[in-house]
Design a protein around this ligand. Structure first.
Ligand code: DX5
Ligand code: ZN
Length: 228
């Protein structure tokens, strides 16, 4: 994975057809997705359950590009190796997932993955300067994690800008996760985001048998993000 700050659109398969993940991943990639965002939830760290490493491994052959795995699980450390073996390119763990997130990030890199740090809406960013040498991506949660289809929390805009300034010229992606739409994409990239995760905004109106709306949604989001 080479680093670029160009805008990347990452469909979240949380909004896909759960009986058709392989076909859904192929469809959104064919329709222009840059990364595939995979939301793992445990019913403990977040109030919802999705799937685990076996599903990630099953999905992997259907993704040509980057598989971006967002781990909403606690504890997270005991499962990192299994998710790395499942083929994740990026493994993102939450700052709130345990007391030793620094160790978690180092373990992720040692396993050969890019290390992502996700930050819940209510969590401050005071710890981030201490972690900058150990992260490849910061995932700013713009909704409380657990469910798709929520509204972006406006107070997160300042956090995005502050993180972008903190990152400076380091090769660290700023990813936005939750409530991303065509209407707010421009303000998100203007604040410093380069990866936009979107579930409902991309999968709305389409299906594996009718994937054209996915393409239209991705193009609309990208155009808005680029300020076109
Ligand atoms: C929320 C997940 C998100 C979610 C985004 O817990 O981490 O990735 O799928 O969905 P939308 O774009 O519908 O807010
Ligand atoms: Zn996510």
């Amino acid at each position: 994975m080479s680093f670029s700050r160009a805008v990347k659109i990452a469909p979240s398969i949380l909004s896909a057809d759960f009986a058709n993940f392989g076909a859904e991943c192929r469809a959104v990639e064919a329709e222009g997705a840059d990364w595939i965002h995979v939301d793992v939830m445990d019913g403990h760290f977040v109030p919802n359950i999705t799937f685990g490493p076996a599903t990630c491994a099953a999905i992997r052959p259907h993704i040509k590009g980057v598989m971006d795995v967002h781990l909403m699980i606690a504890p997270v450390d005991p499962y990192l190796e299994t998710f790395a073996k499942a083929g994740a390119d990026i493994l993102t763990a939450h700052l709130e997932s345990g007391p030793h997130v620094h160790r978690t990030l180092q373990t992720i890199r040692a396993l050969g993955c890019k290390a992502g740090l996700a930050i819940n809406p209510a969590t401050g960013i005071d710890a981030v300067p201490h972690l900058l040498d150990d992260i490849d991506l910061i995932c700013v949660m713009t909704v409380n994690p657990g469910f798709g289809g929520q509204k972006l929390i406006p107070a997160m805009m300042g956090k995005i800008a502050a993180l972008r300034e903190m990152v400076g010229d380091r090769p660290i992606h700023i990813e936005i996760d939750g409530g991303v739409t065509e209407a707010n994409a421009a303000s998100l990239t203007a604040a410093g985001a380069d990866v936009l995760v979107a579930g409902s905004a991309i999968f709305k109106g389409g299906s594996v048998t009718n994937p054209a709306p996915y393409g239209a949604n991705i193009r609309a989001l990208r155009a808005a993000a680029l300020g076109d």
